[in-house]
Design a protein around this ligand. Structure first.
Ligand code: ATP
Length: 535
């Protein structure tokens, strides 16, 4: 059986118009159940708005402007075409063909494949093809809905599907396994070296006493380094390093590979840590400098000398054939310390003494770090989960927000898109809701960079403002969240300033309206407590 792309487009339209989560899940699972096994993986990715699976490094390299131009052309021609139904697999094949084109004249060859694809599509199909290609799906099928849809269609417990995704890091692969092998196939999924997993995350603590009362078995406080999260996979001499987005960044970081080779005394290991760029006095450099290392494809050795890195390890998930995620933090820490030297372990203390904790926080911030992490000693390693087992303690309040538009600056900032409209993610719809604007925090070079980037992401504009595709995440520091009748979100930030550009984060990593509301509710209870702790 072969499914028409038209059927997929119609389901997308229905899902988009269905507000209730349960109804969405039901409709999704009905559709998934009707598909041929060979189509499931492609469909799951397409509905999630992805062209390829996450582990797949292929890229299409077709800009929004090109897509738009071809779409217009194909609309004008549409009526003259012979109608042969386009299938889901044909569309997927075209995506692969476009990605495979390289070398001379690749742009026009890519365009001609796309032109012929859109030429065969009717207007509904063309709309969804373009939305998939332009990462604009946003039909409210967020990851959780997709996981529940797969679970329902295959009659597998939700938790098992989630666990598989955390270990495989790849929605398409989870769908393929679930539909091909059912519950048994997912039960067999385990951590395997060189396949990146979703790492454990932290919740923000508003005061230290909150941490101590949550962690009954005791807490370890570690420095919160201002760097980039990495996971290191090692088997014998082979080492691969993956970023927070689970991209393989090994080639850009040969010095880190060398450090791992020299210091880690284990044949097989999967280790969690943070890498920081350092100045000659060993103090951490701004995050932006570190990102230059991660993006690097050429002159890697020179830039490695210019921006040396320092490794800080804090967890271990796998050691010599043994999965460790169910062990306690304490037990994992002992294993980690048994295979690596003190100097690459995160600096930490185990205590419940408030003044000791405060002194440690001051020490971290004075040394140029972001604050502290507080980890429950008895906690297992919860893949991909954000919870109270790990708290982060930072001296100022921050949210990761999306830039959805920018105004042209005037005076000193004229010629730059420099006043940024910031939005929070509505996790129930996948939309972004505005919560404020800021022109503070960026350097001139960053204004330059941001202006170029936003123009590439332009979706519409008027004389003052450019609206952009929401893909740029920024970490925003602020003094207070206020109620706002002006914004649909109902909330606005006071004294917002960009603390840094988060190129390591994807749109789905931006903070949610639920989190912001919770922060709003909490702030008046706890305001100032953490800054007081700084003395
Ligand atoms: P943030 O925006 O605060 O960096 P995040 O959203 O990237 O947070 P969280 O899980 O909320 O991720 O916060 C923990 C982050 O802090 C980790 O992703 C990691 O990059 C960083 N980090 C720095 N030091 C540590 C540490 N000792 N233990 C765990 N994470 C650490």
């Amino acid at each position: 059986m072969v499914t028409r792309f038209q059927d997929l487009a119609e389901v997308c339209r229905v899902l988009e118009q269905t507000a209730k989560r349960n109804e969405k899940i039901e409709k999704l699972s009905d559709f998934l159940n009707k598909l041929d096994g060979s189509e499931t993986q492609a469909v799951v990715l397409m509905i999630a708005g992805k062209v390829f699976s996450e582990a797949d490094e292929r890229v299409l390299e077709v800009s929004g402007a090109t897509l738009w131009k071809i779409l217009q052309k194909s609309r004008q021609r549409q009526t003259s075409l012979v109608a042969r139904p386009l299938t889901i697999l044909e569309v997927q094949r075209c995506f692969s063909e476009i990605a495979a084109v390289t070398g001379p004249r690749s742009r026009s060859r890519k365009e001609s494949i796309l032109e012929s694809l859109l030429g065969q599509a009717n207007s509904l199909e063309a709309e969804y093809i373009v939305r998939i290609l332009h990462d604009e799906m946003r039909i409210g099928v967020v990851e959780g809905v997709m996981l529940n849809g797969i679970a329902e269609a295959c009659e597998i417990p939700d938790e098992l599907v989630r666990r598989a995704l955390m270990m495989l890091g790849d929605l398409g692969e989870v769908a393929r396994l679930a539909f091909a092998g059912g519950k048994e196939a997912l039960e067999q999924v385990n951590i395997s070296l060189f396949r990146p997993v979703r790492l454990m995350m932290a919740e923000m603590a508003h005061e230290i006493s909150e941490v101590l009362s949550e962690h009954e078995s005791g807490t370890a406080f570690e420095f919160k380094f201002d760097g980039a999260r990495i996971q290191i996979h090692k088997k014998g001499q082979e080492i691969r390093i993956f970023s927070r987005r689970l991209t393989d960044v090994t080639e850009s970081l040969p010095d880190l590979v060398e450090t791992v080779q020299r210091t880690i005394q284990a044949d097989e290991a999967l280790i969690d840590g943070e890498v920081v760029a350092i100045a000659s006095d060993m103090k951490p450099l701004p995050f932006q400098e570190l990102m230059r290392r991660f993006r690097r494809e050429r002159e890697i050795t020179r830039i490695a000398r210019e921006i040396p890195l320092r490794l800080h390890l804090f967890d271990i998930l796998y050691l010599n054939g043994r999965q460790l995620v169910d062990l306690s933090y304490d037990a994992r820490w002992s294993l980690l310390s048994s295979i690596c030297p003190q100097e690459i372990l995160a600096e930490r203390i185990v205590t419940n003494d408030l003044s000791e904790i405060q002194a440690f926080l001051t020490k971290a911030v004075t040394a140029g770090h972001e604050g502290l992490m507080a980890k429950a000693l008895n906690s297992p390693y919860l893949l991909g989960a954000r919870g109270k087992n790990w708290f982060k303690i930072k001296p100022s309040e921050r949210l990761d927000l999306m830039i959805v538009a920018a105004d042209w600056g005037y005076g000193r900032r004229s010629g730059w898109l420099s006043n940024y409209h910031l939005a929070v993610r509505d996790e129930s719809t996948g939309d972004f809701l505005e919560v404020g604007k800021t022109f503070k925090g960026l350097t001139d070079d960053e204004f330059d960079w941001m202006t170029k980037r936003l123009q590439e992401l332009k979706t519409s504009e008027d004389k003052y403002t450019v609206w952009v595709k929401p893909t740029t995440v920024v970490e925003v520091a602020y003094n207070e969240i206020q109620r706002s009748p002006h914004y649909k979100s109902g909330l606005a930030l006071r004294f917002a300033r960009i603390a840094r550009i988060r190129e390591d984060k994807r749109p789905e990593d931006a903070d949610t309206i639920t989190k912001m509301r919770a922060q709003f509710e909490k702030q008046f209870e706890h305001k100032g407590k953490i800054s007081e702790a700084l003395g």
